[in-house]
Design a protein around this ligand. Structure first.
Ligand SMILES: [Zn+2]
Length: 223
């Protein structure tokens, strides 16, 4: 694990930061796919973890949650509108037609009925605040620390092409995003923050001119 900002550690779960989790003070943010739980637990071994927070209830973030909370014995929290998905392990996806059934099967994960709600303005870890950033999922949240401009934004943006793994800011794929227009509103909201460091669910951290890159991307989005 590398420390990227004061008390903020990066836990890459795949090569090229293809899937990421973070340790923020004593809070584990996201837990990857189900098969990555072991790697998450190895990453936080020897460190104090007091709670587990999800940016959103999707299989590549909450898939490892069941195993992780059982091993660590910690409470788990997610945005209120993602609690139905946490509790059932069946998130609403953006698949339609013949893709709906296999897509929804792919997107399911071990249910976490003990998950409780996070709300806009809640404090998380050392100095982070919850921001509601819906669109990619109904209850998607981001974590913002104003004092040093650190933003953890889950999948509001990806910083890689998920097929080629080439880095670059992009919108998350529509098949995994039930409301792309609402997600674009969330991107614009985050761009207004002028973050210094942006940490995403998929892709490397945005360090150099993060605020400028996000602003230009948001400006080019359209509706
Ligand atoms: Zn994701």
């Amino acid at each position: 694990m590398r420390e990227l900002a004061d008390g903020v550690f990066h836990l890459p779960l795949m090569p090229r930061s293809g899937v990421n989790a973070y340790l923020v003070g004593d809070v584990l943010v996201d837990a990857g796919f189900r098969w990555q739980a072991k790697r998450v637990l190895a990453g936080v071994r020897g460190r104090i973890v007091r709670s587990h927070v999800l940016t959103h209830a999707h299989v590549d973030h909450a898939g490892g949650t069941r195993k992780v909370i059982e091993a660590l014995g910690v409470p788990v929290l997610a945005g209120e509108r993602d609690l139905p998905a946490m509790h059932s392990g069946q998130p609403e996806m953006g698949f339609h037609g013949v893709l709906e059934k296999p897509g929804n099967a792919y997107g399911s994960f071990p249910a976490v009925p003990e998950a409780t709600a996070l709300h806009e303005g809640d404090a998380v870890g050392d100095g982070f605040t919850v921001l509601d950033t819906p669109g990619h999922s109904p209850g998607h949240i981001s974590l913002w620390r104003e004092r040093d401009g650190v933003l953890i934004c889950g999948d509001v943006i990806n910083n890689m092409n998920l097929l080629t793994t080439v880095p670059g800011v992009r919108q998350p794929p529509t098949v995994f995003t039930p409301d792309p227009a609402e997600n674009r509103r969330s991107i614009r909201r985050l761009a207004e923050l002028d973050p210094r460091l942006v940490l995403v669910g998929h892709g490397p951290p945005l360090k150099k001119d993060a605020a400028g890159a996000l602003k230009r991307f948001a400006a080019d989005l359209g509706g």
